[in-house]
Ligand binder design. Sequence first.
Ligand code: G6P
Length: 493
Amino acid sequence: QLQTKHSHRRQKILVVANRLPTKPKRDAEGNWTFERCSGGLVSCLAGIQQKFDMVWLGWPGADFNDTEKEMVANEAMKQGCYPVFLRQSLIDEYYNGFANNVLWPLFHYIMPPFDKGVNECSTEQWGAYKKANEIFTEAILSVYEDDDYVWIHDYHLMLVPKFLREAKPDCNIGWFLHTPFPSAEIYRTLPWRQEIIESLLHSNLLGFHVYDYLRHFLSSCVQLTSLEISAHTIDATTIGGCIVKCATVPIGISPDEFLWAMKKPEVQSKIEHLHEQYEGRKVILGIDRLDYMKGIPHKLMAFGCFLEHHPDWADKCVLVQLAVPSRRDVPEYQRLQRQVHELVGQISGKHSTISAGVPVIYMDSSMSPDDLTALYNVADVALITSLRDGMNLVSYEYIACQHGKQHPGVLILSEFAGAAQSLGAGSIRVNPWHLQDTANAIHEALTMSSEEREALQEYAFKYVTEHTAQKWAETFLQCLQEACSDLMEVTSQ
Ligand code: G6P
């Protein structure tokens, strides 16, 4: 357990992420309340809260007027959250713009259109990104106390380490990337590559999901800086940075939450209901944020291809696809939704039958945790076709919910998801760009023997239960503590 030098208080962790783990809700009288979000980073850090004081800093997800801000801040603080207010114009340029229209695609290997360079618009967005990162830094400084550990999350806040180090030279800073870090050949196309990488090198620890992302980051450092790098450690002191440790710390889920949920009578009755509803049909399940990196069109096209080759399966299986709306103000996401709707229509038009109805049940919505658990449990196949994905915890959740079944289902997993490096041997791995490959995998999964399915499930379940969210958070904080104390030793020599 981390200890503070000040014996009167527990070690404090400042968790800094773009988004707070709470959702603002306005009641009938116009008052704001906050609802804790389920899943995601919130449940990953739940275990840590038992050991450390934790303060969350993040954007509360909406634009509030000045009179609302105080009420919102008071409500959020009741849940240990410290809202970082951003004006709508800044959200447009920083969040919708630079973070989600420049960095997000590039970190997932999507280059700007081949006939266009970076335009003025992105330059303005870069200014907004800097501004937002400054605002986050000011918010951190307003709650920061000596010896705190600051854990910064993701691609939205990559300039915070430098701003923070300049203000607090002794600050303990860790940063974790939830997306892939792309190959250096992709990263170095970014006009602001230098500023970003140099800022990150003001952290004590940089964490990545899988070794490849770490390796790509180190290659970028080699190409873009002349710093000394050895054994995953970069000496950035000559540029005012740190002796930076880089580590692979793969995230996980809290499998117990799903195992407990499955025992609840209300979930059991939902499971029974779903079995009745889909009797005689195998359920193939897709759950994704509606994001172009999730490869939803590729999944639909591969499913269409499977039905073309195996028309006898048209009334014996159903693809249930949940597409949770996301980043609706970014035009690319709006285009994606139209494309997906069109594909669902095409497949349904072609393969629906009077006896079995439509082959695809598609929903533009999220689902309650209980409904989700029941659906995961009932599904015979989970189909994940991400074109790139930092990790993909849906695959972990599916494995957790297949536990205890006499005939477990099969996970089909894109080899471009970080999870393929952990659950690969417990799944059928596919190249989602190769539609026929995915179509063949669907057939293989639907016709696989019980013994084979059990062997895959056993392997994957063991991994999921051994590499939990709690372990991820503890390991990261442990590495951060070590990185900071090593640094103290070096500087005191
Ligand atoms: C990815 C990112 C997260 C982000 C999440 C949802 O997983 O790595 O940082 O919170 O997507 O996206 P949103 O833009 O809604 O926060």
